[in-house]
Design a protein around this ligand. Sequence first.
Ligand SMILES: C=C(O[C@@H]1C=C(C(=O)O)C=C[C@H]1O)C(=O)O
Length: 104
Amino acid sequence: MAENKDDVTVELNRLRASIDNMDAALVHLLAERFKTTQRVGILKAEHDLPPADPVREAEQIQRLRSLAAESHLDPEFAEKFLTFIVSEVVRHHEAIRRERPDPS
Ligand SMILES: C=C(O[C@@H]1C=C(C(=O)O)C=C[C@H]1O)C(=O)O
């Protein structure tokens, strides 16, 4: 535990450096996830599959809620976070579908 003002500053900077590393990891992970979901979007558009899959989404929510609880993370937060990401993915899939050439 930090004692004087200098110690507090050192400790704060150390903790913030760790937060910066984790934020960078999150951005890299999200970029990789979006690269993969873009490929899913192209595959779906090519085979006339719907952009969203509510059954798959419900399964993912259950899985992430339970992983969050095991990790002492608020399951509500985990669900909101996943729902936010998935809604962006579905938006991309709708755009891919709209922009692809008409097969007729
Ligand atoms: C990526 C997919 O498309 C959508 C996006 C999902 C996601 O980001 O995990 C899950 C289901 C779909 O609504 C998929 O069907 O797997």
